[in-house]
Design a protein around this ligand. Sequence first.
Ligand code: NAG
Ligand code: NAG
Ligand code: NAG
Ligand code: NAG
Ligand code: NAG
Ligand code: NAG
Ligand code: NAG
Ligand code: NAG
Length: 396
Amino acid sequence: MRCAGRRMAAPALGALLLLLGAAAVGGREVSMQYNPGWNGSSVNVLHVRAVGRSDSLHYVWSSIGAPSVLLVATRSPSSALSIDWSRLLSPAPAGAVWIEPPGSVVYAAAIVFTKLFEYSKADASEVFYPTYDLSDFSWDSINRTVNHTALTAELRGVPTSDPSGSFSNGSLAFRVTAYGSGGRDRALPGLLHTANSSKVEFVLTGAAPRGNGSRFVLEVATVEERGAASRLRSVRSIDDEYTPTIFETLSLVAESQNDSSALSFLQWKATAYGSQHPTRGDGIQCHAGGLRAAGGARPRSAVVRAYFGDGAGSAYGVSAINVSFGGEDGGAYREKRYLSWSALLGFGPPPEDTFSPLIISIVAAALGAPLLLLLLGAAVLLCARRRRYSEYEPIN
Ligand SMILES: *[C@@H]1O[C@H](CO)[C@@H](O)[C@H](O)[C@H]1NC(C)=O
Ligand SMILES: *[C@@H]1O[C@H](CO)[C@@H](O)[C@H](O)[C@H]1NC(C)=O
Ligand SMILES: *[C@@H]1O[C@H](CO)[C@@H](O)[C@H](O)[C@H]1NC(C)=O
Ligand SMILES: *[C@@H]1O[C@H](CO)[C@@H](O)[C@H](O)[C@H]1NC(C)=O
Ligand SMILES: *[C@@H]1O[C@H](CO)[C@@H](O)[C@H](O)[C@H]1NC(C)=O
Ligand SMILES: *[C@@H]1O[C@H](CO)[C@@H](O)[C@H](O)[C@H]1NC(C)=O
Ligand SMILES: *[C@@H]1O[C@H](CO)[C@@H](O)[C@H](O)[C@H]1NC(C)=O
Ligand SMILES: *[C@@H]1O[C@H](CO)[C@@H](O)[C@H](O)[C@H]1NC(C)=O
């Protein structure tokens, strides 16, 4: 009997060890700096530096042009960001942003939030309202929102010209969170992160919809260097204890064309939320369109042009994807005037959820119970036989 009990514990213990093994090790020293090297506050550049033992990662968030983030991985823990401010703020910013020493750079990419579309469905057709081009927004200074303890900051803006007055009580924001170690967000959608990633939360709040059943679509562009290409991956799981009722995780992964290894990613769960403190009832459907190569089009982002260059021969590719929010009736936003969508971005492969402890214990119990019964049965049988033999033995 004692023996059966031990065997029962084995699968659960194994699962636990697997879980512990999957937990990220190796943290980073993270710092945030506003407009490094310049004391003006009319534009926003936020430099997030995440230093590891033998490397450092740079995230350069900016709202000069469309809101965007430049990602640069280096093999040196002391690599630094340099900005030629007068060039960056000029109409020709190529070359204004670089990393010192340049030889330490291993990989660079960028993500640009280009446009917000709004449409409503009238009968069978879709009516599109004038597009909000995010490079035509005016943005508050991010400086006063930087929290160096929580490693958060918020980029908030409104359209420079707003003929419909939709944004008179509203705004659009990108909330940034940097991480120095692995873990999982407590707030929904409970994204799993590593020290090699940051989170961005897109928040549309208070803006008046221009139609009765308006739905919004956010266009996101990714910039990859030559030798890398983006691919959309979707993972469906039977389990999401952390994001109830949502079983799909999407990742836009930049892969090396050499060996298909993942170089960087943007990852999100197929849900948005209609509340500041969301519960599962506040979920808003979220769909991804197809990934499209942008051809020769260059996103209107000063840091992208500054880092990657501008000329026709500059060696980078751009692809874009539409992320749409709202289900069939599209009423979710109209009622609450709040829409929030979170995504993780970072270097290397996107984090992958293992099965949650709840599922593991259910599976362990499901597998364990019959096993226990089997072992119990075997033990009882064995004991009975032994007894029978022992009863016979004296006779022999
Ligand atoms: C940013 O904020 C800090 C602290 O609030 C302040 O000391 C600094 O002058 C600000 N920088 C700019 C460029 O406004
Ligand atoms: C910072 O700004 C002040 C006033 O705007 C100016 O006098 C000063 O020279 C600036 N400092 C630097 C280092 O640019
Ligand atoms: C920064 O974040 C910490 C931790 O979340 C919080 O306790 C603190 O109040 C925040 N500081 C400011 C100025 O908001
Ligand atoms: C903005 O808010 C005011 C007061 O709450 C309200 O009267 C007005 O209709 C709102 N405007 C829009 C465009 O929602
Ligand atoms: C983070 O990046 C470093 C260096 O690129 C790598 O060694 C490490 O395994 C990565 N960690 C995670 C959790 O992805
Ligand atoms: C919105 O609904 C109202 C009444 O429900 C209707 O009169 C109006 O035409 C609708 N507007 C649009 C743009 O569908
Ligand atoms: C692909 O391989 C070449 C040659 O080995 C190397 O120089 C280049 O950095 C690699 N590119 C990527 C994106 O890994
Ligand atoms: C996103 O949707 C809008 C409106 O339908 C379209 O004009 C745009 O080309 C789409 N972008 C992508 C990357 O599919």
